[in-house]
Design a protein around this ligand. Structure first.
Ligand code: ADP
Ligand code: ZN
Ligand code: ZN
Length: 673
């Protein structure tokens, strides 16, 4: 054995062979530094062999095999290989992404002195912690999870506050008691230090490791090594934590499984939820997907084949938590028909009344508007000028707080002009409404109220975000104005009113997933109200009060909504009734992008068996950062048919000679259209 196959972080779908005279099979999974071009690179050894497909004379010799680092286990390599295959991404790019940057470069973190672990097989974790008595539905869910032997996907469906987290914690307790490791994935750990605290409080003696991209290099590398050595008992992290090697992994939990942030939108375009399911299958262990509003894909798999409206696939087991664990009732949802009313700066009389009542009672309210900035565009009505980004096909958003115009797509910004750049008119008008404008209006309207805006501008750093949360918890804010940032995972005991304004646009958006997202968002944000002993109320302003989405919200009836959406998807042939991949291209010139996609479509024609090819079209956001973008959708009724087609197609595309300046990528199971 004197040849090693190395996965290098290069956009080429192949491995690189090197001579390594003293290599042997146990080198698989180690990192190697190799000469490449005029420099050197570090990659992962994924194979050791006697032969190479390259002429031996052409092979270079490895510079070093890094043997002081633990080898990555075979199942970790298999996981990366699956991702490479499924997402059509070179293995070297996958392994490089899946490793913390420090380990990727072949460096070890300084060893931190750890406190000695108390020796006992009676588990030290839950000791001394007062546990709530489980509700029957929780008990049943915990039993179903802990009794699962081998692979199974369990969907834990329960509204916010129904005690899903409590169920995860109990299931994890059982895993730790058996000496296993548990992996818990959450959408955004930066937003959920509460959860970290809760897990740490429940398992005071346990070794818990966090994994997310905002951590420092050394901490991430250390966490990875602790998970790999088996020292870490619980790994808690965002999507990238799905790649943590865990030799005794016995349970995976994906909380808020519907959340779009589990799908990475650049580089390795993987869905951490889907990869987690594959991993559970690989390891033959149970996986729990939790949500108040499961993705329609997941829900479809959890529906019996005999369900009304066509039936699901019965592949997942459905566990339901129908009630809230603490507050005795769900918030009342009321739909405010805004067609018959003259709104005051976008707010209805009913919502203004509701805000006043909460103020009088010393309770908190939240006005939810998922658009930051002051106004989405600044315009000159006499001549028609509007604030446009010079780099993107998008408007510049007016931010009055710091008097800037900003592009929310590329980050371009500029000062607010004093007069119209085209005609000199000084009366430029903001159109539409963002959180800053709402904040200004509320401050004027309720001078006695403490109004707090929470969006990515006001919570631009974790520190600022923590400070805002602390202000809310201390009861030092009366009216919150916020984007979906506030919707996730937070408990605000004093909050009893949520008003949603300007939600309608999503009902008619071009993206077929927009209603699903809107429903999830409104359920989630509504779930912030009335979690303690104060009853909650949700007011939704709309011009479409009869819309089935809002009607289902009134009844808190996720299932009704999901079924009606699934009916529409079935008729339209959209996922989960079909499987998709999106080829996207970008270039200086739209013709160039579309020409490439047309060539790609031609190349696909002879290869596509049971796969439908759509026409190349410009993307909805046509121009981003001065690049013109197009897309080509391919779709199949059968996932295996699509998966058989993609590698052949990619091979054909990699063989094409690309015009300079053109870039393309493939997105398998795309979420954004
Ligand atoms: P979810 O994850 O579904 O939002 P949580 O597990 O966070 O729900 O539970 C919501 C609140 O109810 C938490 O404060 C939790 O401690 C509490 N809780 C959960 N289960 C019970 C129970 N069986 N008895 C009393 N309180 C509970
Ligand atoms: Zn821009
Ligand atoms: Zn003008």
């Amino acid at each position: 054995m004197n040849i090693i196959h190395v996965a290098l972080d290069l956009p080429l779908p192949r491995l690189f062979d090197y001579l390594a005279p003293d290599s042997n099979l146990s080198d698989i999974g180690l990192r190697a530094t190799v000469p490449f071009g005029t420099g050197s690179r570090t990659g992962v050894i994924v194979g050791v062999a006697d032969v190479s497909e390259q002429p031996i004379a052409k092979l270079k010799t490895v510079s070093a095999i890094l043997r002081d680092m633990p080898a990555l286990p075979a199942e970790w390599l298999a996981l990366c290989e699956f991702c490479a295959r499924y997402y059509q991404t070179p293995l070297g790019e996958v392994t490089s992404f899946a490793l913390p940057p420090m380990l990727r470069r072949g460096k070890l973190p300084r060893i931190k002195k750890t406190k000695p672990v108390a020796v006992s097989p009676s588990p030290s974790f839950a000791a001394g912690v007062e546990l709530p008595r489980l509700l029957d539905a929780q008990q049943a869910a915990v039993e179903a999870i802990t009794a699962t032997n081998g692979f199974d996907t369990l969907l834990l469906h329960g509204v916010t506050g129904s005690g899903k987290t409590e169920v995860y914690l109990r299931a994890i307790t059982a895993v730790l008691a058996r000496g296993g490791q548990a992996l818990m994935l959450v959408p955004e750990i930066a937003l959920t230090p509460q959860l970290e605290g809760r897990v740490a409080a429940r398992f005071p003696g346990a070794h818990i490791v966090c994994a997310n991209s905002s951590m420092g290099d050394a901490a991430r590398a250390r966490g990875f090594l602790e998970a790999q050595s088996g020292q870490a008992e619980i790994v808690l992290g965002t999507r990238l934590a799905v790649f943590m090697p865990m030799p005794r992994l016995q349970l995976i939990v994906v909380d808020e499984e519907h959340d779009a942030s589990f799908k990475q939108q650049e580089g390795l375009r993987y869905s951490a939820r889907d990869v987690a399911i594959w991993r559970a299958h690989q390891l033959n262990i149970p996986i729990v997907l939790g949500s108040a509003t499961p993705s329609l894909e997941t829900f479809h798999h959890a529906q019996p084949r005999s369900a009304p409206t066509g039936g699901g696939t019965s592949r997942y087991r459905l566990l339901e938590l129908p009630e809230r664990a603490v507050a005795d009732a769900m918030p009342t949802v009321r739909i405010i028909d805004t067609r018959r009313e003259k709104l005051q700066e976008g707010l209805s009389a009913a919502l203004l009344d509701g805000l006043q009542q909460r103020l009088d009672r010393g309770e908190q309210s939240l006005v939810f508007l998922n658009r930051r900035g002051y106004a989405p565009v600044l315009a000159c009505p006499p001549c028609g000028w509007i604030s446009r980004c010079t780099r993107c096909a998008a408007n510049l958003v007016l931010h009055l707080a710091d008097k800037r115009l900003r592009c929310h797509h590329c980050g371009f910004e500029t000062g607010v002009p004093r007069s119209c750049p085209d005609c000199g008119n000084v009366d430029l008008l903001p159109f539409g409404r963002g959180t800053q404008r709402l904040e200004t209006m509320l401050v004027e309207r309720f001078p006695e109220a403490r109004v707090l805006r929470i969006d990515r501008d006001s919570a631009s750093t974790p520190k600022k975000w923590q400070a805002l949360l602390a202000t809310i918890h201390a009861g030092e804010a009366d009216i919150l104005v916020g984007t979906q940032m506030l919707a996730k995972g937070h408990d605000f005991p004093l909050l009893t009113l949520v008003g949603a304004v300007s939600a309608d646009a999503a009902l008619f958006a071009a993206d077929f997933r927009a209603p699903e997202r809107l429903f999830a968002q409104l359920m989630q944000v509504g779930g912030r109200s009335g979690r303690a002993d104060l009853p909650g109320e949700v007011l939704i302003q709309t011009e479409y009060p009869e819309h089935p989405l809002y009607q289902a919200l009134i009844e808190h009836d996720y299932q009704r909504f999901a079924r009606s959406q699934l009916d529409e998807r079935r008729i339209a042939g959209f996922p989960p009734f079909s499987f998709q991949a999106m080829l996207r291209a970008e270039a200086r010139d739209m013709n160039q992008s579309l020409a490439f996609l047309t060539t790609a479509r031609c190349a696909a024609e002879s290869l596509a068996d049971g796969v439908a090819l759509y026409d190349p079209v410009p993307m909805r956001l046509q121009r981003l950062m001065k690049l013109e973008r197009g897309q080509l959708l391919v779709e199949s009724q059968s996932r295996p048919a699509l998966q058989a087609f993609l590698p052949k197609w990619m091979e054909a595309l990699h063989a094409l000679k690309m015009p300079g300046g053109l870039r393309w990528h493939l997105d398998v199971d795309p979420l954004e259209f």
